[in-house]
Design a protein around this ligand. Sequence first.
Ligand code: AMP
Length: 452
Amino acid sequence: MPLAKNRAPSTDDRSNRICTMAKLQAIRGMNDILPAQSPTWQYLETCFARVVQSFGYREIRFPILEQTQLFKRSIGEVTDIVEKEMYSFDDRNGDSLTLRPEGTAGCVRAADQHGLLYNQQQRLWYQGPMFRHERPQKGRYRQFHQFGIEAFGMAGPDIDAEIIQLAAILWRELDLTDFVVLEINNIGSAEDRRHYGQALRKFLESKSEQLDDDARKRLVSNPMRVLDSKNPAVQAALSDAPLLADFVSADSQAQVRQLQRLLKAAGISYRENPRLVRGLDYYNNCVFEWTTESLGAQGAVCGGGRYDGLVAQLGGKPTLAAGFAIGVERLVLMLDSLQKVPDSSCQRIDVYVLVVGNNLAGQGLQLSQKIRDYYPQLGVICHCGGGKYNNQLKRAFNSGAGLAVILEREGDAETPLAEVKIRSLDDAGVSTTVAIGDSIEKVGEFLGISAS
Ligand code: AMP
């Protein structure tokens, strides 16, 4: 009901309005990562950063939002991502912008814009959220996260072997080696693929009645992207289509054979998959994917390959390049379901400081900080918000701390406390009262630690 004119809204009006407001929910396919899930994410992020840095890769950060044109020109106008999945909008100036659906295009744009690519070799890594308007399901989201690496200025196949080896080391560090399989393919040069596209178009024109509208459109504009179709009828029509492998030049074949030798020498096993083409247009020669059977339908955990034409396609000088991206959510699902996250990566609280009574807050905060400074390895919570002793003790137990330090006094005195109580938070509840000056040492004694 509208408020009567000239009457200030009463508290009742305001609270009624607040009560009837519906709660807002997150956007479908965009997940909150709650405190209970964070340790897995942090474990993964730490491990990834350690591995890439040990290979000499340096972090690059670039915006989540870029000009729409960047993704159209790199990923390809006629791809699932660009045609169906991008979050694009016009900003207040009327410029078309897009939430990045993947990292390579932005990484190339940033590296080239800042002169990191010309006549140089670069090993770069990034991480962060990506956005695709796909149908959400387990392992497939509309906001998801990727770790990626990109290597510039190296011809391969040694660098191709290096990036695959880097992923293999990551699986080893995460104890996931037994749960992932490497598939590789050779998709040839841009010219090889042009010849293949012509042959595929000719073949599919004879199967026109088995194709859907999408496939018929792509047949004209980008025949190779018909291979990405998820329609079973289209896939059936493709069953005896010409194979890309038959169009790959001898040069490109020799490179990928050399890559295979390097992988064998590094003890990395792989499966050749002639159907692996990746859904983005910028790749050439070697492409690869690491897949798992632990996740059901969404089995790809890492995909990449060479993309020697992309820098020039985006306006830079021709630059050799290769890289991969890993799906973080899928790794999180794997680590959790296989119980591969070490207990030590969970955040711990060791000491809970109770502050019971008036005028003790300042002393509680100070003592808590002294404990943190003296034992940096400890997690210390200082109770805030007042409350009775029993309620505070309950919170101390719930925090998981092993020890309570108790500042307690009745009345309104303002002088600092001279003594505190220290109590183990277990069934025994062993406790002792000590002079405040001795309390720090006593905490260490109770926990069996010394200052680090
Ligand atoms: P792509 O950028 O398509 O090569 O994907 C690289 C990796 O990102 C894939 O292997 C997946 O692990 C992950 N990925 C791609 N799309 C999604 C998505 N919608 N939700 C979650 N992970 C994704």
